[in-house]
Write a protein that binds this ligand. Sequence first.
Ligand code: FPP
Length: 252
Amino acid sequence: MLQKISNLMNRQTKEDGHIPLENIPQHVAIIMDGNGRWAKQRGLPRVAGHREGMKSVREVTRAADELGVKVLTLYAFSTENWKRPKDEVDYLMKLPQDYINLELEELIEKNVQIRLIGTEEGLPKHTLEALKIAREKTQENTGLILNFALNYGSRAEIVQSVKDIATKVKTGELEVKDIDESLVQTHLLTNGLTDPDLLIRTKEIRLSNFMLWQLAYTELYFSDVYWPEFSRDHFLKAILEYQRRVRRYGSV
Ligand code: FPP
């Protein structure tokens, strides 16, 4: 571990120097975008971009782990992505399996815990099964939490939390006066995780129904690089930029 940290501290990023380790974002969330365009630019089918994007997932996960990031949330499939052509959806639904086959051994060795946010409803059985195995095999791990947002939509998540709270009020388990921000927070899918400190999105400048509640005070970083080209150096550059920001949370 110490060797890993010292390697990173000594690392010259393409930007300007070293990553100070005292101000590492605890939770980094990433909207991985531009896979399709990356493929199209090369005359390849869109799914080739998703396949290549798995390499960036590997690089960024390794870098986050080495830096001591606690939670890395990756937006892998939104509730809106079902609108894509069936072939592409089928391919995307196979990716978690392929990813787990390729990466699980290393993730276990690195003490990474795999989690999932999103709704299981609608996901194919084989996707759910692969994710179940990954979660079970890593549930006792205490290192980086690798949190996949799959079949996730933030508004649906908020609606579900409102319904759950309303039901509890109706049954007398809660009173209206008990409802505050922290209660809502505990009814979201991210219950138990801190809000993201840093959101990275490649190729687009919008939130696309991602963690709308949780991003209230998150630092936003937009990269003009297609996700399949987003490397360790791009990730380190984003962390350096985060470290330059002054977070005021509404204060002066
Ligand atoms: C957005 O690019 C990307 C996705 C919808 C899928 C993200 C999936 C990966 C990066 C693969 C890794 C997944 C796992 C589960 C390890 P886009 O298709 O919207 O690109 P475009 O905007 O250029 O069309």
